[in-house]
Design a protein around this ligand. Structure first.
Ligand SMILES: CC(C)(COP(=O)(O)OP(=O)(O)OC[C@H]1O[C@@H](n2cnc3c(N)ncnc32)[C@H](O)[C@@H]1OP(=O)(O)O)[C@@H](O)C(=O)NCCC(=O)NCCS
Length: 143
């Protein structure tokens, strides 16, 4: 299945909402790039990068319930990592309430919030949309 750039349209928002992920800041994030996988005209999975120079938030990872367990989530993360590395982003950060173990298997490590770069700290996800109890993880990318 091909992973392609996607605008944050109504279908994407609906998928994120069904997966319990924030949508309030999608329009406001100028640095946001979304990628999605479609089958038969239906959006099955999505991931996004919110980039700030040499770092980015990996966010909005969601796979439709009927397409889970097939490797799509991992493929979307790996795709976002390749895209980020191609843009010379050296580290990806993320917040998650429910999938810390999923990301740990992909090499993401628990990270102290105080060490987050200012741009990440000021993002809507970090500063308000994700609860303080959310896990904060990061991964260094190879060039
Ligand atoms: C997390 C999510 C993207 C995984 O997508 P997926 O396509 O089912 O994942 P994959 O098929 O690539 O990977 C499946 C593997 O991940 C594990 N996994 C899936 N969801 C997990 C979770 N929430 N926590 C821990 N492990 C998880 C599965 O047990 C499986 O492990 P295995 O390979 O050892 O058997 C999907 O469950 C989802 O959309 N969840 C709701 C939204 C969310 O939590 N997003 C992440 C926060 S940004």
């Amino acid at each position: 299945m091909r992973i392609e750039p996607l605008s944050p349209n109504a279908e994407l928002r609906a998928l994120l909402e069904r997966c319990g992920l924030p949508v309030a800041d999608l329009a406001a994030s100028a640095s946001l790039q979304c990628y999605g996988v479609q089958r038969d005209g239906r959006l099955l999975g999505v991931v996004a990068l919110e980039s700030y120079d040499a770092v980015a938030l990996l966010r909005s990872l969601a796979v439709a319930a009927e397409a889970r367990g097939l490797g799509l989530g991992q493929a979307l993360v790996r795709f976002a990592e390749r895209e980020a590395a191609a843009r010379h982003i050296g580290r990806l950060y993320l917040l998650t309430n429910t999938a810390a173990l999923f990301f740990a298997k992909l090499g993401y490590q628990a990270t102290a919030r105080e060490t987050a770069p200012p741009a990440i700290r000021m993002s809507a996800q970090f500063s308000g949309l994700c609860p303080a109890s959310a896990s904060f993880l990061s991964k260094r990318l190879e060039d």
